[in-house]
Design a protein around this ligand. Structure first.
Ligand SMILES: [Zn+2]
Ligand SMILES: [Zn+2]
Length: 122
């Protein structure tokens, strides 16, 4: 079972101002860096898409049994780029991101400056 521990732990703020059109942004209410992740569920047998819902912090299909083949097992699939078809099946999970986003950006910038003279010489 897929358990969203981070999702469960953060009960105070629902990050409602983090809109689904952004991949990642800071929540204006609590200041946490929030990543929007979309998930769909599929039947493990026939692979048909099943509407995903969140129940008790778990991503589960809305239907208990596949409407196509009657199988109970399912798989969870993360969707990189949500489209208008998948959005009907997908569930949006707002995941707080812990790594230091600013520091990563800075080290990239430094590396870029450092390698630039080498490129000119070569
Ligand atoms: Zn928040
Ligand atoms: Zn099926």
């Amino acid at each position: 079972m897929f358990i969203l521990e981070l999702f469960k732990r953060n009960k105070e703020c629902k990050h409602t101002k983090v809109t689904p059109d952004k991949d990642i942004c800071y929540c204006p209410d609590c200041g946490e860096l929030i990543e929007n992740r979309w998930y769909i569920t599929r039947c493990a047998c026939c692979g048909i898409k099943l509407k995903a819902v969140i129940k008790n912090g778990n991503i589960v299909p809305d239907e208990h049994y596949c409407h196509n083949c009657g199988v109970h097992r399912f798989i969870i699939e993360q969707v990189d780029k949500i489209n208008f078809v998948d959005i009907n099946y997908a569930v949006l999970v707002k995941v707080p991101v812990k790594p230091h986003f600013d520091e990563v950006t800075q080290s990239w910038t430094e590396r870029h400056i450092y390698t630039a003279p080498k490129l000119i010489r070569g």
